[in-house]
Design a protein around this ligand. Structure first.
Ligand code: FE2
Length: 386
């Protein structure tokens, strides 16, 4: 670490409650927040899997509940409007968001819009929310997005064919309730893709130009858990230790990138996800090794450390060779967990390169990337994955 540490900020206002079966603590947590009337936000998949009913059962008769379970994947801002319309006349004073990133992102945004004026679209960007929202308890059922911990809600505006992020410390949930049992039934393909999302969070935060000592420690811990347990969680879905590791890894990675932002993989994930409807984890998995190889010169020592975390024997290698091993280690992991998708499978062609690259260049994740790309650099990275 540098002898002269640059000034930094680190905030994580979200409390963590972790444990197998931790869902049972929900009524106590709601009461501690002073909650008397709850809105439960989920998606149809979570509802169908019976998890919304488990939340309602856990709350018992003392806390009346209404539900909003129509959150779609890549949720439109209109989902937030619909949730607010439901929650306002109900005077709800606590929101429980259960599901993947989409459900939690919408739950957080509904919380904000119950106390702030206007429309959620007015808060696109960083730091625009002025009042704390209705408190949110976020319960993740996948291990990847980290939304239970982050300042971000990512929403779509389908009319403009765009995604936008709302980033504010006031958008963080009050409590992240982490119960690995709720992730046990995730199918291997979703476990794999969401796990790579968590890895990309930890890794991009670790090598970018705003990384700092606290986030670095969190990134290292997150990657250590992923190196130990992502393959196992995919190959042995019932492995409780692996599921617990992955849920923690995802949350810890989010604690890291909350303060640092991410990098070029996430800058590309936005336009690729919006235009070609590639699931977020998968698009990260497609782009990650190529972007790592491109970024190597910007952070050689960090990439060498990543190689070490992923079990590569680097002791006798030059720094350059050691750093390169991080890319092959991640490529190996991708193959082991069954991810070999390409952009072309989702309809992307050579004629799309320019527009996607131009959109990516606008992302706030580009200025912090360890190597500043040109439009042509990005097109070359995309072309290699067609
Ligand atoms: Fe992500």
């Amino acid at each position: 670490m540098s002898a002269c540490i640059a000034p930094f900020s680190f905030h994580n206002p979200t409390a963590i409650e972790f444990g197998m079966g931790a869902l049972a603590r929900l009524p106590e947590l709601v009461k501690n927040l002073g909650g008397k009337r709850a809105l439960v936000v989920g998606d149809p998949g979570v509802h169908k899997a019976g998890l919304v009913d488990r939340v309602i059962a856990a709350l018992g008769d003392d806390i009346p509940v209404i539900t909003f379970t129509e959150v779609e994947s890549d949720p439109d801002a209109r989902s937030v409007d619909a949730g607010v319309k439901l929650a306002k006349p109900w005077n709800c004073d606590v929101i429980i968001g259960i599901g993947g990133g989409s459900a939690m992102d919408v739950a957080k945004a509904i919380g904000v819009m119950l106390t702030n004026p206007g429309n959620i679209r007015d808060y696109a960007g960083m730091g625009k929310i002025s009042k704390p929202g209705v408190p949110v308890i976020a319960i993740p059922t996948t291990s990847g997005t980290g939304s239970e911990m982050t300042i971000w809600s990512v929403l779509s505006d389908r009319e403009k064919n765009q995604k936008f992020g709302i980033g504010s410390i006031l958008n963080c949930p009050r409590i992240a309730l982490l119960d690995p049992e709720l992730t046990m039934s995730l199918p291997p393909a979703i476990t794999a893709a969401t796990g790579i999302d968590a890895l990309t969070h930890a890794l991009e935060s670790y090598v970018n130009t705003t990384t700092q000592p606290i986030s670095e420690a969190m990134s290292e811990q997150s990657m250590t858990l992923i190196a130990r347990s992502l393959r196992l969680a995919v190959m042995q879905p019932g492995n409780r230790q692996a599921r617990a590791d992955m849920l923690l890894a995802s949350t810890i990675a989010a604690m890291a990138f909350n303060s640092t932002r991410l990098g070029l993989v996430h800058a590309l994930a936005m336009p690729l996800g919006t235009r070609f409807h590639i699931p977020h984890g998968l698009v990260n998995a497609i782009m990650l090794p190529g972007v790592m190889r491109y970024n190597l010169p910007g952070s050689l020592a960090k990439f060498a450390r990543i190689a070490q975390i992923f079990g590569e024997p680097i002791e006798r290698l030059s720094l350059q060779q050691a750093a390169e091993r991080s890319v092959s280690a991640i490529e190996k992991m991708k193959l082991d967990i069954g991810i070999n998708a390409r952009l072309g499978e989702f309809g992307m062609t050579e004629s799309d390169l320019n527009d996607v690259a131009a959109d990516a260049m606008l992302s706030g994740n580009v200025p912090v990337n360890p190597r500043q790309p040109t439009l042509e650099d990005i097109k070359t990275l995309l072309r290699a994955e067609l």
